[in-house]
Design a protein around this ligand. Structure first.
Ligand SMILES: [Fe+2]
Ligand SMILES: [Fe+2]
Length: 334
């Protein structure tokens, strides 16, 4: 079994790129050349370091076996529910099942988010002219995300749990997000960061603190390694494109950003509806989770990088900062 010794640090790729791509890059030739060079480097790295979940994960290794009664799964439930009396009223077996259910539901949501993301990337690539360096990179990213979808779905399948994911109406609604990639790409790439940044933040935290199960550790290491490129591309694409937007579009983006990110943060704060139903989580426990300052702070933290980027892009002003605060996703810069 191969081991990934080095996961690019949270911002290694960004720091390299930031040295060359100014936050206010415009269509000026030097800024344009630097941006194109960055996209070319990301494409090259995608060829040099990539994974296939069916050759890079030994799914049948005894250490990777998934047993719903394994007490190590409880750690994944403890993170969200640990401070509630309801969680401590469950038997150890139920706590383990809840933990496995939670991580499997998160992987299902992740693969459905990435399904929307891939459709948007292809929609965006569809209108690019011959020779555009983004075309090759977007295809590399789409291929990597397809492997992530296979990897997450394989994990979900092996749990044997009845994980359903998004509702029918949410799936229909996802078409609007895909359409954004065509008519308002900057808002689409903010949506991308709003999903990918918190996932990356959470997975890196789990890896730092020690993943309770080796299969989850393997999956997360593969994921964060490839996500570093995706995050770098989305950030630099926004730095390259937002300064070129018309004033009217920038105003719309500055208003839409906190509303969109606020909705995504709400989803992170609470367990998915099917998990609530499956474990009959009491309303008072859900209200407790929603009110919890620690949980709100954790969600707000996970959006730290995308918030900082919005400030850099000039999308936060004294009017729109109120929307960030109303959505509980604002923290004053340190
Ligand atoms: Fe991914
Ligand atoms: Fe990604």
């Amino acid at each position: 079994m191969t081991v990934i010794d080095h996961v690019p640090s949270a911002s290694t790729l960004d720091e390299e790129a930031d040295a060359e791509v100014s936050p206010t890059a415009t269509a000026g030739t030097e800024a344009e050349r630097n941006y194109q060079a960055l996209v070319g480097r990301l494409s090259k790295q995608s060829v040099e370091k990539h994974f296939n979940p069916f050759t890079d994960i030994d799914w049948d290794h005894p250490d990777f076996a998934i047993d719903v009664a394994d007490p190590r799964w409880a750690a994944f439930a403890d993170v969200m529910f640990g401070r509630t009396a309801w969680f401590h009223s469950l038997s150890e077996a139920e706590q383990s099942r809840l933990g496995l259910y939670r991580i499997a539901a998160a992987m299902k949501l992740g693969l459905e988010f990435e399904n929307i993301l891939k459709r948007g990337l292809l929609e965006y690539a569809f209108k690019l002219p011959n020779g555009a360096p983004e075309f090759r990179y977007l295809y590399h990213e789409t291929i990597e995300e397809a492997y992530h979808g296979l990897m997450f779905q394989e994990f979900v399948n092996r749990t044997g749990l009845p994980i359903r994911g998004l509702s029918r109406w949410e799936k229909i609604g996802s078409r609007n997000v895909v359409g954004l990639a065509r008519w308002f790409p900057s808002l689409f790439f903010l949506f991308v960061l709003g999903g990918e940044d918190p996932i990356d933040h959470t997975q890196r935290k789990v890896l730092r603190e020690g993943a309770p199960h080796p299969l989850v550790e393997r999956i997360m290491r593969i994921h964060v390694t490839e996500e570093a490129r995706h995050l770098s591309f989305a950030r630099h694409h926004l730095k390259h494109e937002v300064p070129k937007l018309k004033r009217r579009q920038r105003v719309r983006l500055s208003i839409a950003a906190p509303i969109l990110l606020g909705q995504m943060a709400q989803q992170m704060l609470l367990p998915p509806p099917q998990l609530v139903k499956e474990f009959q989580i009491p309303k008072e426990t859900l209200a407790e989770l929603k009110r919890s300052p620690e949980a709100k702070e954790a969600v707000c933290d996970s959006l730290g990088k995308v918030r900082k980027l919005c400030v850099e892009l000039g999308l936060v002003n004294r009017f729109t900062v109120r929307l960030w605060k109303a959505n509980h996703i604002w923290a004053d810069p340190a």
